[in-house]
Ligand binder design. Structure first.
Ligand code: MN
Length: 162
């Protein structure tokens, strides 16, 4: 008796699962641009999010965030850490009490429970890869008192005002 051969994925199907060609800066075939966060849940401006690698086999995720000119991510902190690689453009970041000037291919570590925010310049985007644990706590936003403490540092005040 003959048995049916096992179902095999076509080359195109197999290839789509392992190769998503770039279709432009910050865009990949089959990778959807998502909302950064739910609108109104936290302050931010002009940020999109893409999950590049989020398979259940990994305990981490690699996401791509793009901040449009003049935009910024939420000022937040949390117990989980971020590993960031600047992929497109430049900008600035607040990490703890440091203001960083970012260039393409720079690496940024955001330690646990450290206030952080990424800002694009006014004339171009800031795109970055960000690796996080799949299991992670929710971001905390600064209270009015914590924001006042941050702003008591003139350098941080200038960054947050830009
Ligand atoms: Mn964060």
């Amino acid at each position: 008796m003959s048995t049916k051969p096992p179902a095999v994925a076509t080359d195109a199907q197999a290839s789509a699962a392992i190769h998503r060609p770039a279709t432009g800066a910050g865009n990949w075939l089959g990778v959807e641009a998502l909302h950064y966060k739910q609108e109104g849940s936290a302050p931010f401006r002009d940020v999109s999010r893409r999950v590049l690698f989020g398979d259940a086999q990994f305990s981490s995720q690699l996401r791509y965030f793009e901040v449009q000119a003049g935009g910024y991510t939420t000022l937040e902190r949390h117990r989980h850490a971020h590993a960031v690689l600047i992929l497109r453009g430049g900008g600035k970041a607040l990490v703890g009490d440091a203001i960083l000037t970012l260039a393409e291919h720079d690496l940024v570590s955001v330690p646990p429970l450290t206030w952080h925010q990424f800002r694009a310049p006014h004339d171009g985007p800031l795109g970055f890869l960000c690796m996080v644990n799949v299991k992670r706590d929710r971001p905390q936003l600064p209270t009015a008192a914590e924001l006042e403490t941050l702003r008591s540092n003139p350098r941080l005040a200038a960054f947050l005002r830009d």
